[in-house]
Design a protein around this ligand. Structure first.
Ligand code: SAH
Length: 219
């Protein structure tokens, strides 16, 4: 029977072979932040499968390929200040914090109070320091202006639309980058680079909707 360690190695091989994982620094971070700590007890057996997994409250932790792809596209460096919208399980938040290091900072806004709590608990149980992380409860669809400007903004729930007038864009530094799934039902992962004003659609994805003032309306 394949043990979980074998499954983990199989996952990393798959991520590299498919080029979703490109750099050593992202692989190192994904090895340090063990996905097993971020999935519910009943789903632990699927921790290293390339699939999104429900984490409660109708939300999901993204598939490893999508997480790796987003981290690579964000081009994170030590010392950066990052805003995440949608902490969910805390998995991506922990990865962002490892990639920016203790001199960097990750602010994550989560709409569901119970998930913000879960994210903090998961990060602690995974043995990742909370020193450079702040998880806040609220509507992050318009970003978090008091913490701006940011080097990077990662939105992990789908925005209905994104144009240059969106408040998230004003919260980016002048060479900042924003990554967000944009659209209804099936979305495009969109990368916006403020320096040249370029908006590129880079991957079709399926995220849960962002609900709030600049998101979708609650049903
Ligand atoms: N990054 C997460 C997965 C995100 S799932 C992880 O690594 O596990 C999307 C999350 O966005 C959900 O937790 C959902 O509650 C949250 N969300 C939805 N709308 C939001 C909003 N307006 N502001 C903040 N969080 C929001």
């Amino acid at each position: 029977m394949a043990g979980r360690e074998d499954e983990k190695e199989r996952m990393f091989r798959f991520l590299r072979d498919t080029s979703f994982l490109k750099t050593e620094k992202v692989e190192k971070a994904m090895r340090k932040v063990d996905r097993e700590f971020f999935v519910p007890e009943s789903e632990k057996g699927f921790a290293y499968y390339d699939t999104a997994i429900p984490v409660g409250y109708g939300q999901t932790i993204s598939a490893p390929t999508v997480v790796a792809f987003m981290l690579e596209a964000l081009d994170l460096r030590e010392g950066m200040r990052v805003l995440e919208v949608g902490a969910g399980s805390g998995y991506n938040c922990a990865l962002l914090s490892v990639l920016v290091g203790q001199k960097g900072r990750v602010l994550s806004v989560e709409r569901v109070p119970e998930l913000a709590k879960l994210a903090k608990a998961n990060i602690a149980s995974a043995g990742i320091s909370m020193n450079n992380i702040e998880i806040m409860v609220g509507d992050g669809s318009g970003g978090y202006p008091p913490g701006a400007p940011y080097d990077r903004i990662a939105v992990t729930a789908a925005l209905p639309s994104l144009d240059l007038g969106h408040p998230l864009i004003a919260q980016l530094k002048k060479d900042g980058k924003l990554l967000a799934p944009v659209g209804s039902y099936v979305q495009d992962l969109v990368l916006f680079e403020k320096k040249n004003g370029k908006m590129s659609r880079i991957l079709p994805v399926m995220f849960v909707p962002l609900i709030g003032k600049y998101g979708f309306r609650e049903e």
